[in-house]
Design a protein around this ligand. Structure first.
Ligand code: KE4
Length: 429
């Protein structure tokens, strides 16, 4: 494959954008390559500036549940655009979107739209603090909840990928209110509550981790967090920016049968346009201005184009009766193929999967259930694997600590192509 056009585009971008990218993990730094610049994407196929084509396994980090540029989404956006692109005034698009989210996620009784997952999680923590009158909250090492100040402590995703889990610029005052626990280790949370229970406003987590790579919660872990937070009067917040509508219509909370007090959403609900949302129990959400004292606002919150795309996406989710069985079938086929390849080549690896999100960890460890075990992975090996996969026309996450996403649009033939490319890439290691 040739990458001349992307290389030139990257050089040009670096002259006017820090690192040439608007989000660090896109820079391909941890895989030691120049990023490919995308010319277009349709269905499961991405085409870069040099005309190289890839089967997409990144889904724009999650939103593309039905593949890129789906005609239903494009139609909805273009129809909405003809009526205006932003009003700064209420529109029924927002109400329709809110009604769908409430119908599909039973724990959500009221929901507020924002423009990114970061805004959703920042607002949810502020709300939890306002509702409880407490200042601290618990997060888990390796979880990523966007780039809000209080979250960039032992954060996952691009933060661990680039080796900056604790970002400069976060004040001591902010950091002291962020209490850190270990994922899948209920005792580490219990210890915090025993010591500071009356100060803890909330526990926030990815109900299935995507940002240290896929790490699956034990049932007892989620159930235990539900009981602990109820016991101490803290709120349980599920950050479902990745898992929302991906693992089930009602997200991870439906998949595992544990209901949080607040839920944050993003990615899929925007159909690729900038959207986030947070919602939950009425008595909590009614603390939000203008009816309550907790403030949050946004010029483009509930933007009509983003709402139209989201409504089309959620409508397709509700209409597609075999969506989750097909996602499960295709992803299981891929997982089995990768595990067969690991066996055949003798490469050490762990595959973690829930539904259509999975990660192949290049580790000698027998399991990956928390950040320490995820960090035992050989990132140089992942970089070689990524490069070989790209050359074979498979577009993966440019980081060991992210997900591979299967979409409803992937055909069985494409799944088999991904398995074949995986075998070639493992053989090169
Ligand atoms: P955004 O602000 O990027 O829309 O959402 C932040 C966020 C919040 N919560 C979870 C569980 C998330 O995964 C994210 C964002 N995910 C990363 C990739 N895993 C976004 C990719 C990027 O940073 O470019």
């Amino acid at each position: 494959m040739k990458f001349e056009q992307s290389k030139a585009a990257f050089e040009r971008a670096q002259k006017c954008i820090p690192g040439g990218v608007n989000s660090p993990v896109r820079a391909f730094k941890s895989v030691g390559l120049n990023p490919v610049f995308v010319k277009k994407a349709k269905g499961t196929v991405i085409t870069d500036l040099d005309g190289n084509q890839y089967i997409d396994c990144l889904a724009s980090w999650g939103p593309m549940l039905f593949g890129h540029a789906h005609e239903r989404i494009l139609q909805a956006i273009s129809e909405a655009a003809l009526k205006g692109t932003s009003f700064g005034a209420p529109s029924e698009y927002e109400t329709e979107m809110a009604e769908r989210i409430i119908r599909m996620v039973p724990s959500i009784e009221l929901v507020r739209m924002v423009s990114s997952g970061t805004e959703a999680t920042m607002s949810a923590i502020r709300l939890a603090r306002g509702f409880t009158g407490r200042e601290s909250f618990v997060k888990f090492a390796g979880n990523y909840h966007g780039h809000g100040d209080s979250f960039l402590i032992k954060a996952g995703s691009g933060a661990i990928t680039l080796g900056i889990p604790n970002s400069p610029g976060i004040t001591k005052g902010t950091a002291q209110d962020t209490l850190m626990a270990e994922y899948n280790n209920l005792a580490s949370v219990e210890a915090l509550f025993l010591e500071k229970g009356s100060e803890i406003a909330a526990v926030i987590l990815e109900p299935v981790c995507g940002n240290m790579g896929v790490v699956v919660p034990t049932k007892e872990f989620l159930q235990g967090l539900r009981e602990l937070t109820t016991k101490y009067g803290a709120l349980l917040i599920f950050d479902e920016v990745i898992t929302g509508f991906r693992l089930a219509k009602g997200g991870a909370q439906e998949y595992f049968g544990v209901a949080p007090d607040l839920t944050t959403l993003g990615k899929i609900i925007g159909g690729g346009l900038p959207v986030g949302a947070y919602g939950g129990r009425k008595e909590i959400m009614e603390q939000m201005a203008p009816i309550g004292p907790v403030y949050q606002a946004g010029t483009l919150s509930g933007n009509p184009l983003a709402m139209a795309a989201g409504i089309a996406m959620l409508t397709m989710i509700e209409e597609t009766k075999d969506l989750y069985t097909e996602l499960e079938r295709k992803a299981a086929r891929l997982e089995e193929g990768i595990k067969r390849n690991l066996e055949e080549t003798g490469v050490s690896g762990v595959v973690n999967r829930v539904g259509s999100m999975m990660t192949l960890f290049f580790t000698e460890a027998k399991k990956v259930n928390n950040l320490d075990e995820a960090m035992s992975s050989d990132t140089d090996k992942y970089a070689s694997y990524f490069k070989q996969s790209l050359e074979s026309g498979i577009y993966l996450a440019p980081s060991q600590f992210e997900c591979l996403f299967v979409s409803y649009a992937h055909t069985d033939e494409e799944i088999d192509q991904i398995i074949d490319a995986n075998l070639q890439a493992l053989r090169q290691l």
